[in-house]
Design a protein around this ligand. Structure first.
Ligand code: ADP
Ligand code: MG
Length: 210
């Protein structure tokens, strides 16, 4: 066990992950913690280069299997160079998306076989699994409307995959929350951001001391 605390934020487009992640990082920093806030795909120079390839352009430019491999390559670098060292020195790491996004986007919704996802996960993550995963849950249509209201955003390759795809994402995240309750807390994200944040804090306090 490393001395640090590892939180991942998961859920569909526009579910409030980045909003709540920023807020949580600020809150924990004010309380004196060292907080490393990172994101996927990205968080390292290599990962940000892969992000640029993955999140913009034609929806068909990568198959889900290619996406899974590229996401995993970016994740391996992020874990090895950022997350694991931060946890070793006792920091709190918050990752805006992590392994569950690959399970859901490329596995559950993308159709990549479970064994392939599991092997890539082992190669990229090893034992560096989050202590706590917050799953921001809201109807796909609401999330997409929020994401679109963010305005000019060229990082919309996944947003453009259509409502049915995004409904599958929601279902996939809900299934993970049910199957790994020791790690996952589902948050009702279809509410005012202050109410959402209160649930975020409660989950973090419970899991940090639990
Ligand atoms: N609880 C909320 N209610 C309404 N709008 C929200 C809420 N939380 C975030 N938003 C807005 O919705 C959009 C998407 O939020 P964001 O945090 O970027 O989601 P994500 O990172 O999950 O895609 C942003 O414009 C954000 O300001
Ligand atoms: Mg975001």
């Amino acid at each position: 066990m490393t001395p640090g605390f590892f939180i991942s934020l998961e859920g569909g487009e526009g579910s409030g992950k980045s909003t709540q992640g920023q807020r949580l990082a600020e809150h924990l920093r004010k309380a004196g913690a060292e907080v490393v806030l990172t994101r996927e795909p990205g968080g390292t120079p290599q990962g940000e280069a892969l992000r640029a390839l993955l999140v913009s352009g034609d929806t068909q430019s990568w198959s889900p299997a290619s996406e899974a491999m590229l996401m995993s390559a970016a994740r391996e670098v992020l874990v090895r160079t950022v997350i694991a060292p931060a946890l070793e020195r006792g920091a709190t790491v918050i990752s805006d998306r992590f392994l569950d996004s690959t399970r859901v986007y490329q596995g559950h919704a993308g159709g990549v076989p479970h064994d392939v996802i599991a092997a890539l996960e082992w190669a990229a993550v090893g034992k560096c699994v989050p202590h706590l995963t917050l799953i921001f849950d809201l109807p796909a249509s609401e999330g997409l409307a929020r994401a679109q209201s963010r305005g000019t955003d060229s990082e919309d390759r996944f947003e453009r995959k259509g409502l049915t795809f995004h409904e599958k994402l929601r279902e996939g995240f809900q299934a993970i929350a049910r199957s790994e309750p020791w790690r996952c807390v589902m948050i009702n994200a279809a509410r005012d951001r202050d109410l959402v944040f209160a649930d975020v804090l409660q989950a973090v306090e419970q899991h940090r001391h639990g």
